[in-house]
Design a protein around this ligand. Structure first.
Ligand code: ZN
Length: 202
C-alpha cells in the first residue's frame, strides 16, 4: 500500500511553512483529516493496519484514541478488528475518559492515533486507560513521523520518542520530514511566516 501517494492524492501531504505543536517549523505537514474524509479509504487503511496487528499475534478488546485527531483512525481500526472503540479527550489539559466509556480490569487496549510524532498524546491516553485498570498491548497509527520505531521498519527510535519501548507500535509508513527550530529555519530566513496547520484553510 503506497501511503504517500494516498496522502498526496487526498491533498493531505501539504507543502508550505508550518508551525508544529512543538513550536518547531516544517516544510511539510500531513493533514490526515483530508485522507479520512473518504470513509472507503479510511476503511482500507485500517484493514491494512489491522492485518499487521493480527499477524503479530496481538489480541485486543478495545481501541482507544486520543481526541480529536485519533478518533476516526481508531474507530476504523476497531471496525477492522471487530472490537470496541472509545476515546479520551483533554479536560483542562488532562487526557480523560468521559461520556460513560468504561474500562474493565485487565481489558486489553490498542491506543490508536492518525499520526504518531513523538507519541505524547498517545502516551497520555495510554496512562488514562492504565490508571483505570486497562492493559496496553499496542500503539497504532496510520503514519509514523519517524521519531518512534514501528514494527517491521528496522529503524531505531530517536531520543524524543515518548512511546514505551516494550510495547509494539504499528504504522503503515514512515514520513521523516526535517524539522527546524524557529531561529534556524531556512523559510523564516526568507521572511516567510510559519502558519499553524488547519488555521488558514489547510
Ligand atoms: Zn520557519
Amino acid at each position: 500500500m503506497d501511503i504517500e501517494s494516498i496522502y498526496k492524492k487526498a491533498n493531505a501531504y501539504l507543502e508550505g511553512h508550518f508551525l508544529l505543536s512543538s513550536g518547531n517549523h516544517s516544510r511539510y505537514y500531513l493533514q490526515s483529516a483530508k485522507v479520512l474524509e473518504n470513509p472507503r479509504v479510511a476503511g482500507e487503511l485500517a484493514v491494512e493496519l489491522a492485518k499487521q496487528i493480527k499477524l503479530a499475534g496481538i489480541q485486543a478488546d478495545c481501541v482507544c484514541a486520543p481526541a480529536l485527531g485519533g478518533i476516526l483512525a481508531g474507530y476504523e481500526l476497531a471496525r477492522a478488528l471487530n472490537i470496541r472503540s472509545i476515546f479520551t479527550e483533554r479536560v483542562d489539559g488532562v487526557m480523560t475518559l468521559r461520556r460513560g466509556f468504561e474500562v474493565k480490569k485487565d481489558e486489553k487496549f490498542i491506543i490508536c492515533e492518525d499520526i504518531i510524532t513523538t507519541g505524547g498524546s498517545a502516551l497520555e491516553s495510554a496512562k488514562a486507560i492504565a490508571q483505570m485498570g486497562g492493559k496496553i498491548v499496542a500503539f497504532a497509527a496510520l503514519a509514523n513521523r519517524g521519531f518512534c520505531a514501528r514494527v517491521n521498519s528496522g529503524k531505531k527510535a530517536k531520543p524524543n520518542c515518548q512511546l514505551p519501548y516494550d510495547i509494539p507500535f504499528f504504522a503503515l509508513a514512515d514520513f521523516e520530514f526535517e524539522i527546524f527550530s524557529p531561529d534556524n529555519c531556512p523559510m523564516c530566513k526568507f521572511g516567510s511566516v510559519a502558519v499553524k496547520p488547519g488555521s488558514r484553510g489547510n
